[in-house]
Design a protein around this ligand. Structure first.
Ligand code: ADP
Ligand code: MG
Length: 543
């Protein structure tokens, strides 16, 4: 027996591993890099980013989550921060930049404390305490909003669209949005429910943003498939099909050997018969309008037109689902199964020109709550960004009405929270106190960034804001145009409370999660993860 100690390998040879302080440092760097990438877009004076994807498609946007989704981030900790933005998007629809910037700042402040030899678990615990307290404070300082307060609702919509593509016509759009949300909101026992799937936001290229409109019913970005189909159907009976009205190759899979011309004829006749059968089935069901998710064969188109049916093909799945909700039609996946029981109703279906192209309008629906906001923009990029801003505003209005609570923005709510958290920290001892203070300091990243993006001196602005809050001006925020302190509430910078509660909880959660990691094992030869400095370089190109 030899006394040589053999090294023990428990991981494959090509595994990369970092641990301890290095791992923490790496993760925090990556998280900060993500926050840095979106920070310049925050607020009314935030800048836009242009992202070109692998296929060469260009997106110009100011929307945090859109930027991060398009960036194809690979670092594992950075991905966790991207998740924060996605969660925010799902929960509220707005505030994605805020959540990410906050998460980055929490980690940055944590790093300073780690360097002072404060243990990560104590830090994580302090952050948890601070977050819980912050949620309590938010409940204390929040203001109420009701469905009848049009002015407040309008301000929520305007705040959401400030500094976005919708800037120039935000007043007009805000009116449309308030009208839309009010028309779909339902009040029962003082509880307001808003189902945003009742609101469709459709874009149309051509025309100015202020020619956007609200349509009660659905607008589908398609046209009828055959010119001799009716352009307008009243008392429409609607069939929804998610299968093709075509003879699929798979159905005639067997090889056909044709030895004389009559055989070819009979084969074609058979095809035509089948297509006619399909159309007959649609006719029998009583449908006068057909929306099909897939293709419709030329011959079938001809038969449909002859039957006086208005048919639309290649309708998006999401549109088919919306049509189903709006008209009470059932989506059928096999044409053979279509019966009159599956048919839905709309008072009017028509094709109409909007801008350069035709669109299908489905109005006076069975479910009167279905509405469409048709946003118009001069070019594809403008229309897309406008649609994103409008969608954010819809999310904010819904969140505000559902919970009935709002706060004033422009940094006001974050400053007030920071102030009260510092008071709270004095009730704690030792290192937890430091962690809570760091949390409070981190919140000030929001007004600081708003100021920086507006070209103002952040130190000046923060000092003024602190003084105002110490004097009891709860809603003192930053006027990004003058650099002075303003009463954000009076100025109409209003946001749903939900943006803030959600951003706080997910930012704190991810910060705690990342702080607790002290070992990163990158396994598998195929997983080529980037070290954060490589990612930083990539991102620098974007900033
Ligand atoms: P997010 O993705 O977080 O929603 P935004 O770019 O929409 O990022 O910026 C939101 C921030 O801008 C909020 O802190 C909000 O209070 C602030 N904000 C919005 N309108 C104004 C305004 N008129 N003046 C100052 N700040 C504003
Ligand atoms: Mg926003």
């Amino acid at each position: 027996m030899s006394n040589n100690i053999q090294p023990v390998f428990i991981l494959p040879e090509d595994t990369r591993r970092t641990s301890g302080r290095d791992a923490q440092h790496n993760n925090i760097m990556a998280a900060k890099a993500v926050a840095q990438a979106v920070r310049t877009t925050l607020g009314p004076k935030g800048m836009d980013k242009m992202i070109v994807d692998a296929a060469g498609d260009v997106i110009v946007t100011n929307d945090g989550v859109t930027i991060l989704k398009e960036m194809q981030i690979e670092h594992p900790a950075a991905k966790m921060i991207v998740e924060v933005a996605k969660t925010q998007e799902e929960a509220v629809g707005d505030g994605t930049t805020t959540a990410v910037v906050l998460a980055g700042e929490l980690l940055k402040r944590a790093e300073d404390l780690l360097e002072q030899e404060i243990h990560p678990t104590i830090l994580a615990k302090g952050y948890r305490l601070a977050e819980e307290e912050a949620q309590k404070i938010l409940q204390e300082i929040t203001e109420k909003v009701s469905i009848n307060n049009d002015l407040l609702l309008r301000n929520i919509a305007i705040t959401a669209m400030t500094g976005k593509g919708a800037e120039s016509s935000k007043e007009k759009l805000a009116d449309l949005l308030v009208q839309a949300v009010k028309s779909i909101a339902e009040t029962k026992n003082n509880i307001v429910t808003v189902d945003i799937s009742d609101i469709k936001v459709e874009k149309r290229i051509g025309g100015r943003a202020d020619s956007s409109s609200l349509i009660s019913g659905l607008v589908i970005d398609k046209e009828r498939i055959h010119p001799s189909m009716p352009k307008k159907v009243e008392h429409a009976k609607i069939a929804l099909l998610d299968a093709a009205l075509e003879i699929k190759n798979t159905e005639i899979d067997a090889k056909i050997q044709i030895t004389d011309p009559s055989q070819l004829n009979s084969f074609l006749e058979h095809e035509e018969r089948t297509l006619r059968l399909m159309v007959d089935k649609v006719k029998e069901s009583g449908a006068t309008v057909l929306f099909c998710q897939r293709g419709i064969d030329d011959i079938a188109q001809h038969f449909l037109a002859k039957a006086g049916i208005l048919a639309v093909r290649r309708v998006k799945k999401s549109d088919l689902e919306k049509l189903s909700r709006a008209t009470n039609a059932r989506i059928i996946s096999n044409w053979k199964e279509l019966t009159s029981a599956d048919i839905g109703y709309a008072g009017l279906v028509k094709e109409e020109k909007v801008g350069e192209e035709e669109m299908i309008f489905v109005e006076q629906c069975q479910n009167p709550k279905a509405v469409t906001i048709l946003v118009r923009g001069g070019t594809e990029h403008v229309a897309e960004e406008l649609k994103r801003a409008v969608t954010d505003a819809v999310g904010d209005l819904a969140a505000a009405l559902r919970e009935g609570t709002v706060v004033a923005g422009a940094g006001a709510v974050e400053m007030e929270l920071a102030k009260r958290l510092r008071v709270f920290s004095r009730t704690l001892f030792g290192r937890e106190q430091l962690a809570v203070q760091a949390f409070a300091d981190a919140l000030e990243i929001i007004p600081r960034t708003l100021a920086e993006n507006a070209g103002l001196d952040p130190i000046d602005v923060l000092t003024k804001l602190r003084v105002a809050h110490d004097q009891g001006q709860r809603w003192a925020g930053i006027n990004v145009f003058s650099g002075e302190v303003m009463d954000s509430w009076a100025a109409g910078v209003i946001e749903p409370l939900k943006i803030k509660t959600q951003a706080l909880s997910s930012a704190a959660e991810v910060a705690e999660l990342i702080l607790r990691i002290d070992d990163v094992i990158l396994g598998g030869p195929s997983k080529q993860s980037l070290p954060p400095n490589a990612m930083q370089q990539r991102m620098d190109g974007m900033m």
